[in-house]
Design a binder for this molecule. Structure first.
Ligand SMILES: Cc1cc2nc3c(=O)[nH]c(=O)nc-3n(C[C@H](O)[C@H](O)[C@H](O)COP(=O)(O)OP(=O)(O)OC[C@H]3O[C@@H](n4cnc5c(N)ncnc54)[C@H](O)[C@@H]3O)c2cc1C
Length: 448
C-alpha cells in the first residue's frame, strides 16, 4: 500500500516536473525569440540614426509605453515599412521621418497607446496659428489642409470643406471686392474648398502655381495611394481605401468638370495685401484680383528650390520627374542627394546616360532601399555619380560642373537637367501676408 502511494507521488512529481520543464523551455524559447526580434529592431534603429531617418520631420506616432501591451497591431496597420517596431516588449519608433501621417497605427492600437504629434523637443516644425474655424490671426484669411499641420488626402478634403463652410458664415453680402473668396492651391484641400464654394454659390477664383492635384500629382505614376472613405462636396461619399494616382486625379477632374469649375494653373500667388478689409492678391505673372476672403490650401511642400544659375530658365530644366518611361538615349544630369534625386536618377538610368551630381561628399538621410539600389547601380556602372560637384551653368547642349572647393570646371554634353534641391517652405510668403507662425516642439495633434 505504502509502496503504491509512493509510486503515485513519484508519478505526480514526474508529471509536474515535466510540465514545469516544458513551460520553462517554452518561456526560454519565447524570450529568446523576443530578444532576437528586439536586437533586429535595435539594429534598425541604429541604421535609421546613421541615415538620419530616426528623427521625425512632421506628423508622427508617439507611443505611451505604459499603455502598450505589444499587440503589434500598429505595425500591421501601417502601410509604410519599418516606421514602428517592437523592442523589449514595447512598440518603438524606427524610421520616424518616413511617416506620412496615415494615422493607421493610431486607430489600430487596442489600448489607445498611440497619439499623433508634430515636431519633437529637438526639432520644431513651423505652423501657422489657426482658430477652430481654420481662420488665421489675420481676420479673413483661412487655412485648410496640410499647411495647417494635418496631412493626408482625406483630412485635406474634410478641412477644405469645413474652412469654406466657415467662410460662407463669415462673409458679408455687400463687400466691394471682385470675388467672395480666392482659393489658393489645387491639392485635395483646394479642390474640396472649390466644390463647397460652388455649392454655396460663392463667386470664387481658383489659383494654382502648377497643375491640378497638389502633392498627389507629383507622386510616381504607380504609387498606391492609401486613403479612407471621404465625403466630397457636390459628389458624395468616395468609398476608397487603396487607389492609384491616376484614379484619384481622374476623379477630381471629372467632378470639377461636372460642376464647371476651372482652375487657373501656372498662377503662383506672390503676395496678399489687406486693404480696408479687402484682400489684393497678386500672382508672379503680374495678374491681380481682389477678394473678401482668402483660403490658403497651399500644402507644406512649398515650391522647388532653384539653384539661381545661368541657363536655369531653359526648357530642358525640370524640378520633378513624372514620366521617365518616355525618355531614352539622352545625356541627363540629375542634381541632388535626397531620395527624390536618387529615385529619379535610377529610373532614368535604365534607358539613358545619367550623371548624378551632389554637392556633398556622402549621401545621408536616404531610405535604406534607395541607398542599396544606388550602390548596386554604381557597381554595375549604370550610373555615374559625381560627389563634391556643383552645377554652375546650363547651356543648350552642355552643362558645366565645378568640382571640389578649388572649383575646377568641367563641361559635359547634356540634353536634360533635373534639379532636386528641396523645397522652400512658404513661411516667408505667409509672414509677408501678416500670418503668425509658431514653432511646434512635439505638440499632440490627435489623441484618444
Ligand atoms: C511621398 C508622399 C506619399 C504620400 N502618400 C499618401 C497616401 O498614400 N495617402 C494619403 O492620404 N496621403 C499621402 N500623402 C500626403 C498627401 O499627399 C498630402 O497630405 C495632401 O496632398 C495634402 O493636401 P493639400 O491640399 O493640403 O496640399 P497639397 O496636396 O500639397 O497641395 C497644395 C497645392 O498648392 C499649390 N501651391 C503652393 N503654393 C502656391 C502658391 N503660392 N500659389 C498657388 N499655388 C500654390 C501647390 O502647387 C499644390 O498643388 C503623401 C505625401 C507624400 C509626399
Amino acid at each position: 500500500m505504502d509502496f503504491l502511494i509512493m509510486e503515485k507521488i513519484f508519478e505526480n512529481i514526474l508529471i509536474y516536473s515535466l510540465a514545469a520543464i516544458l513551460c520553462i523551455v517554452a518561456l526560454v524559447v519565447y524570450l529568446r525569440k523576443k530578444s532576437k526580434e528586439s536586437k533586429i529592431v535595435d539594429e534598425k534603429i541604429k541604421k535609421a540614426k546613421e541615415d538620419g531617418l530616426f528623427e521625425p520631420v512632421s506628423l508622427h506616432p508617439y507611443i505611451d509605453v505604459n499603455r502598450c501591451i505589444q499587440t503589434g497591431a500598429c505595425i500591421t496597420a501601417c502601410p509604410e515599412h519599418d516606421i514602428i517596431g517592437i523592442r523589449n516588449g514595447k512598440a518603438t519608433i524606427i524610421n520616424a521621418s518616413q511617416c506620412v501621417g496615415h494615422g493607421a497605427c493610431f486607430h489600430a492600437c487596442p489600448t489607445e497607446a498611440i497619439s499623433l504629434r508634430i515636431g519633437t523637443e529637438k526639432r520644431g516644425v513651423d505652423l501657422p496659428h489657426l482658430n477652430q474655424n481654420f481662420e488665421t490671426n489675420v481676420p479673413g484669411i483661412f487655412i485648410a489642409g496640410e499647411l495647417g499641420g494635418m496631412g493626408l488626402v482625406k483630412n485635406a478634403v474634410e478641412q477644405g470643406k469645413q474652412a469654406t463652410e466657415n467662410i460662407v458664415k463669415s462673409i458679408k453680402k455687400n463687400h466691394q471686392a471682385s470675388y467672395d473668396v480666392i482659393i489658393i492651391g489645387a491639392g485635395p484641400a483646394g479642390i474640396s474648398a472649390c466644390l463647397t464654394a460652388k455649392k454655396h454659390d460663392l463667386k470664387f477664383l481658383f489659383l494654382e502655381q502648377d497643375t491640378l492635384g497638389g502633392a498627389v500629382f507629383t507622386f510616381p505614376r504607380k504609387k498606391i495611394v492609401m486613403t479612407s472613405p471621404m465625403d466630397l462636396p457636390l459628389f458624395g461619399k468616395i468609398k476608397l481605401f487603396e487607389t492609384s494616382k491616376s484614379e484619384l486625379l481622374d476623379l477630381w477632374q471629372t467632378v470639377l468638370k461636372k460642376n464647371s469649375i476651372t482652375v487657373q494653373e501656372n498662377s503662383k500667388v506672390d503676395s496678399i495685401v489687406s486693404e480696408d478689409g479687402i484682400f489684393k492678391v497678386a500672382t508672379l505673372k503680374g495678374e491681380q484680383a481682389t477678394s473678401a476672403r482668402i483660403l490658403l490650401a497651399i500644402g507644406r511642400r512649398g515650391s522647388p528650390r532653384k539653384l539661381n544659375i545661368p541657363g536655369e530658365m531653359k526648357e530642358k530644366v525640370a524640378y520633378r520627374l513624372l514620366e521617365p518611361e518616355g525618355i531614352s538615349g539622352k545625356d541627363i544630369i540629375v542634381v541632388g542627394g535626397g531620395d527624390s534625386a536618387i529615385e529619379s536618377a535610377l529610373l532614368l538610368a535604365d534607358e539613358n546616360h545619367v550623371i548624378l551630381s551632389y554637392r556633398n561628399e556622402v549621401f545621408n538621410r536616404l531610405k535604406p532601399k534607395n541607398s542599396m539600389a544606388l550602390n548596386t547601380a554604381m557597381e554595375a556602372g549604370k550610373l555615374e555619380v559625381r560627389l563634391n560637384t556643383n552645377l554652375i551653368t546650363i547651356e543648350d547642349d552642355s552643362i558645366t560642373l565645378s568640382v571640389g572647393k578649388e572649383g575646377e570646371n568641367i563641361k559635359l554634353r547634356n540634353d536634360l537637367v533635373y534639379i532636386f534641391a528641396g523645397g522652400e517652405l512658404p513661411t516667408q510668403f505667409l509672414e509677408k501676408a501678416g500670418i503668425k507662425i509658431e514653432k511646434k516642439f512635439g505638440e499632440t495633434v490627435l489623441k484618444h
